[in-house]
Design a protein around this ligand. Structure first.
Ligand code: IMP
Ligand code: MG
Length: 328
């Protein structure tokens, strides 16, 4: 009977139990003493044997939100040849508090199809088992559904999906900071930011620049049908003549704002004037502005978070996401 075999396997399976029959994914055995469980001890993160980097990332997200997890604690038999189990399925994670198994999947269609087949069989044989197949962008939404994480907050129900997650942002900002530090070695650059969208990016970026530097901020009025043109509502506090100026932008869309500002700043005669933008919506560009440093090129979507707003909302999200159509 399926039931009795299952309970035997469940008891014996786990890191020191039966060899896994999952031939689809490259498989790495968990450490042999005990099951790998959250939270990730920082010293072992580098050597923790997850079969795929996305699994480690998922474990980190779970740790971040304080959700308990176990890595591959149980194997489910799917097919027998007489008494012999010839196929098994070992879901990636078990979340005890939610009584849920999670199988992560990448975008490679061949693997997804095979996983879907296994899941179908598993659900037929073990209808009581709660298992979910997750794509990367699903992680955050799943967590939100169970009340964890920023997506679960009342005022950000409008997020459609996460375009760039916190880890990706931090990694890229660190790289940009390093590059700026190299390129401006021996100088004391002035970073000029345009409020307010640039707030998160600028504060993270400057902490990754290993040079003495100064900060300046400007504010401008954005397009509205009553105004005749861009108005500078807050100008630089100090002159920039003869200085190396790096304009920091959150996002360059049509390029019109930046073009206006660069023209204005040039009249103040800096020694050099370059641009560092976190996001580049290149497909929407109308005015060609030179961008020296670009964090991410993004598609033609309205994005919020990490400083960017929609009607002053969403600036405090730690990631960059797109809005649901009805909330735009
Ligand atoms: P541009 O003049 O069309 O390049 O617009 C640049 C400014 O528009 C940015 O500094 C943002 O303040 C705003 N903006 C453009 N696209 C977005 C977006 O997707 N989300 C939030 N703000 C945006
Ligand atoms: Mg802006």
């Amino acid at each position: 009977m399926a039931e009795s075999v299952e309970s035997e396997v469940s008891a014996a399976a786990g890191p020191a139990g039966l060899a896994r029959a999952n031939s689809v994914q490259p498989h790495v055995e968990a450490p042999d003493q005990e099951a790998v469980t959250g939270a990730l001890p920082p010293v072992t993160q580098g050597v923790m044997k997850f079969a795929h980097p996305s699994e480690m990332e998922f474990a980190r997200i779970l740790d971040f939100y304080g959700v308990k997890w176990t890595y591959e604690p149980r194997s489910f038999p799917l097919r027998w040849d007489g008494d012999r189990i010839v196929e098994m399925f070992t879901p990636d994670f078990y979340l005890p508090d939610l009584d849920m198994y999670i199988e992560l999947t990448t975008l490679r269609q061949r693997l997804v199809t095979e996983k879907n087949r296994k899941l179908r069989v598993l659900r037929e044989l073990h209808p009581d088992v709660n298992i979910k197949l997750l794509y990367k962008r699903d992680y955050h939404r799943l967590l939100a559904k169970y009340g964890y994480g920023p997506l679960a907050q009342e005022d950000i129900r409008g997020i459609e999906c996460i375009l760039i997650d916190t880890g990706q942002i931090q990694k890229r900002v660190m790289e940009l900071g390093r590059q700026v530090s190299l390129d401006y070695t021996g100088t004391h650059p002035v970073l000029v930011g345009v409020l307010k969208g640039v707030l998160c990016f600028m504060s993270d970026l400057m902490r990754n620049i290993s040079l003495p530097l100064s900060l300046e901020f400007m504010s401008i009025s954005y397009f509205d049908s009553h105004e005749k043109g861009v108005k500078i509502t807050k100008d630089l506090d100090r002159g920039i003549r003869g200085q190396h100026v790096l304009m920091i932008e959150d996002i360059v869309d049509t390029g019109m704002t930046l073009n206006y500002l660069l023209n204005y700043l040039r009249t103040r005669e800096p020694a050099s004037l370059k641009v560092c933008t976190l996001l580049d919506k290149r497909v929407r560009r109308l005015v060609d502005v030179p961008l020296e440093y670009v964090g991410f090129e993004i598609p033609d979507e309205f994005v919020v978070g990490y400083g960017l707003d929609y009607m002053e909302k969403y600036r405090n999200l730690p990631f960059i996401g797109t809005l649901k159509p009805q909330d735009r």
